[in-house]
Design a protein around this ligand. Structure first.
Ligand SMILES: C[S@@+](CC[C@H](N)C(=O)[O-])C[C@H]1O[C@@H](n2cnc3c(N)ncnc32)[C@H](O)[C@@H]1O
Length: 234
């Protein structure tokens, strides 16, 4: 994600009603934050938020939390979220399918400005139903492998906050990162591979209900195949 310094980003993020600034103090209490008992699904590294916003619009029976470490990037997602709340169709709503399910008021979404390293300080064991990783940074140098969001250290963190049977969904166009990630799932205790594809957009089963992220649109338009797996916390 290209980062530009946006001077007001921190203050806008901090004062936005959908951003939970004291996320650690909500640990174990996310159902109260949403005011209902619905499952909680999180996207880590959500970027500008297209995937999460559309998921929230299409699945009001689920609560969604978007996690992004840079306020300058989260700001873009918040702008998109705010446009959803305005009257009448707008560009994003048209991009997302025009008169698709109304995204007028997305009460089932919250945002966190934080690093995934802190996941366990924000969620108690079993509090999360599903985790999405979309087009995570590849960190191609071997010495940076531990920073990859699908490395075993992160998989262990995810397993500790997911409910039993909870799922991890990962999409990328980066073959090396995908191969690395498949191997990490195989090697990390507590995970079982459910299914994977090396060409999501032509996979009759796995493309069902697929919602494209900003990066997915960009890279698939360039002709890159999209890789995806779903793994289960056993
Ligand atoms: C390549 S972008 C992909 C954005 C979006 N998911 C998409 O598919 O269009 C990766 C995003 O993950 C964020 N990110 C990377 N590492 C992170 C971490 N450890 N915790 C939270 N966010 C992270 C980056 O700041 C960036 O916005």
């Amino acid at each position: 994600m290209r980062l530009r310094n946006i001077p007001c980003a921190d203050s806008v993020v901090q004062s936005h009603g959908a951003v939970i600034m004291d996320a650690k103090s909500q640990r174990g209490g996310w159902k109260q934050v949403f005011g209902n008992d619905r499952p909680i699904r999180i996207e880590i590294g959500m970027g500008k938020g297209q995937f999460l916003l559309q998921m929230a619009a299409e699945h009001p029976e689920v609560n969604y939390i978007g996690m992004e470490r840079y306020s300058s990037v989260l700001l873009r997602a918040l702008e998109k979220y705010d446009r959803y709340g305005s009257d009448g169709p707008d560009k994003d709503r048209q991009e997302l399918g025009g008169d698709r399910k109304n995204t007028h008021s997305l009460e089932n979404i919250r945002f966190l400005c934080m690093d995934a390293c802190e996941l366990e300080q924000v969620f108690i064991p079993g509090e999360v139903d599903r985790i999405y990783l979309n087009f995570s940074d590849p960190w191609p140098k071997a010495r940076h492998a531990r920073r990859r969001l699908t490395s075993s250290g992160f998989l262990e963190r995810y397993a500790r906050v997911l409910a039993s049977g909870g799922e991890l969904e990962f999409k990328t166009d980066n073959r090396d990162l995908f191969d690395f990630s498949l191997a990490q799932v195989e090697e990390t205790a507590g995970w079982t591979m459910k299914m994977y594809t090396r060409d999501l957009h032509h996979d009759a089963v796995m493309k069902t209900g697929n919602i494209m992220t900003e990066y997915e649109e960009k890279f698939s338009a360039m002709g890159n195949p999209i890789f995806k797996f779903t793994a289960i916390k056993s």
